[in-house]
Design a protein around this ligand. Structure first.
Ligand code: NAD
Length: 492
């Protein structure tokens, strides 16, 4: 059985407790690796290594340009190792190899983009309203950053947090999910190969309530960047607030995918199917509420059900598979329980609604692509994030009704709008309360584009140039250039 040690100060090390957690392959339902079960002691060692690397180590002496060059080298190594890293990640979380490998390859672009940005952040001289002073601002890295990630896309999510932080000059401690830590641990050694000094990037593993909580509480940590459920995000925000630490929170969603009667029907059906069934619905941006204009309900749901039934399920390591398993047993049970919740609330089951028993699903944690019709937006299935392959279909009358239903949610992460009327498309984009709106497409993301949520979907934005400022402090400097000494007891 492969054991994955933690990565602290440039070395792979056993957990202080010498306890190990089992990591399950969701396709086989069997343990495939063991991961170190870190605790507060490991968190302390990792944070101290990151703090020393930040203030004393060679990292602190590098120019911005040199830091950027290291990030570029990481991008090259990621592309070189993408296949192997993807296979590891798929063993852990069951996401498709086709998507995971492409996604990890694409992750390299984050390293190139922010590597390029590292030496382009400039302060300003301020044209003062007072004579006899020179005044300027400069940006300085905040210090040690803790990056806590979810299990659905460990390496992509880690990149979204740490690359901008490293470009800013921070050092980091990553805490991946206890359900999928292996790829992040395997990946960590590439930082040494790229030439990053020890302690700049560390990975500790274990349960959130133990090692995760200890990281958030640690006095030397200056910022916490979190991706996960809104319940955990809320808790972390409270914990961080006690120490006045800033947080970035990328949380869940209940995203509306809205189809008007004038839309290109074939495209919209594909957008609806991939919006919810990609990654078996285990994406924060899943289009889990399909809003259909009343007049197309029958025709659209018929095509939708046919499409759902045609989805190829099976081994996520095979490149032609379209839908893999649910990533872990607790999540599998949670998704099944929501099927019962939807039925009890009176939703009409149109497809799926059961665990998949197809032979190609082996002993894995598979659930048939599930579609509920005649859902009303007040039902739990329309309001709560399931994070699984369950689609709720809701009808609307007109544009105002669609906006009202779309915004009647405590979440606001993503939204899709399908229409040929471009005026309407712009109006909808303006009126929907969500961090990302896709018009006649869905699930498009880029390192250049800010991503994040309104309302309970989070705080702050990741990606795009502005993200780097969330890892920088602004310092302002006053220099007295006057010939005479002024009376310092009087405020100027
Ligand atoms: P989760 O909240 O259960 O866990 C996320 C991480 O937090 C894990 O690493 C976990 O160990 C850690 N954690 C748990 N309790 C903690 C504590 N008290 N202190 C510190 N750390 C703690 O979420 P999950 O089930 O792993 O992921 C699914 C959720 O993630 C969904 O809600 C999904 O929408 C969200 N998500 C959001 C985005 C986004 O970018 N907005 C992306 C992917 C996933």
């Amino acid at each position: 059985m492969r054991r994955y040690q933690m990565y602290i100060n440039g070395q792979y090390v056993d957990p202080a407790s010498n306890r190990w957690m089992d990591s399950y392959n969701p396709y086989t339902g069997e343990v495939w690796a063991q991961i170190g079960e870190g605790n507060a002691e490991d968190a302390d060692v990792a944070v101290k290594a990151a703090a020393a690397a930040f203030s004393e180590g060679p990292w602190s002496q590098l120019t911005h340009t040199e830091r950027g060059a290291l990030l570029h080298r990481m991008g090259d190594l990621i592309i070189r190792d993408a296949r192997k890293l993807a296979e590891t990640e798929v063993n852990d979380n069951g996401k498709l190899i086709a998507e995971t490998e492409a996604m990890i390859r694409y992750t390299a672009q984050w390293y190139y983009y922010f590597g390029g940005l590292a030496d382009k952040i400039q302060g300003a001289t301020v044209p003062l309203d007072k004579k006899g002073y020179f005044n300027f601002t400069q940006y300085e890295p905040v210090g040690v950053v803790v990056a806590i990630t979810a299990w659905n896309s460990p390496l992509l999510l880690a990149a979204w947090k740490i690359v901008a932080a490293l470009a800013a000059g921070c050092t980091v401690v990553i805490k991946p999910s206890e359900h999928a830590s292996a790829s992040t641990l395997e990946f960590a050694k590439l930082f040494a190969e790229a030439g990053f000094p020890p302690g700049v990037v560390n990975v500790v593993t274990g349960f959130g309530a133990d090692v995760g909580s200890a990281l958030v509480e640690h006095p030397l940590v200056r910022k916490v960047s979190f991706t996960g459920s809104d319940a955990t995000g809320r808790h972390i925000n409270q914990q961080a607030a006690k120490h006045l630490k800033p947080v970035g929170l990328e949380l869940g969603g209940k995203s509306p995918n809205i189809v008007f009667a004038d839309a290109n029907m074939e495209d919209a059906v594909k957008g609806a199917l991939s919006g919810i069934f990609s990654a078996a619905g285990q994406t924060c941006i899943a289009g889990s509420r399909l809003l259909l204009q009343e007049s197309i309900y029958e025709e659209f749901t018929e095509k939708l059900v046919a499409g759902a039934k045609a989805i190829r399920m099976g081994n996520p390591q095979e490149k032609d598979t379209q839908m893999g398993p649910i990533a872990n047993r607790p999540q599998y049970e949670k998704v099944l329980s929501y099927i019962e919740v939807a039925k009890d609330d009176g939703a009409e089951l149109l497809a799926g609604g059961v665990a998949a028993t197809r032979p190609e699903c082996g002993n894995g944690w598979f659930i048939e692509p599930t579609i509920f019709g005649k859902v009303t937006n007040t039902m739990r299935i329309a309001q709560e994030e399931v994070f699984g392959p369950i689609l709720s279909v809701i009808t609307f009358k007109d544009e105002d009704d669609a906006v009202r239903i779309a915004n009647d949610s405590r979440f606001g992460l993503g939204a899709g709008v399908w229409t040929k009327d471009m005026g309407r498309a712009f109006r909808m984009a303006n009126r929907i309360q969500a961090g990302t709106v896709w018009i006649n497409t869905y699930r498009a993301l880029s390192f250049m584009v800010p991503f994040g949520g309104y309302k309970d979907s989070g705080i702050g934005r990741e990606n795009g140039m502005a993200q780097i400022y969330s890892y920088l402090e602004t310092k302002n400097v006053w220099i007295n250039t006057g010939a005479e000494t002024k009376n310092l007891f009087v405020m100027r």
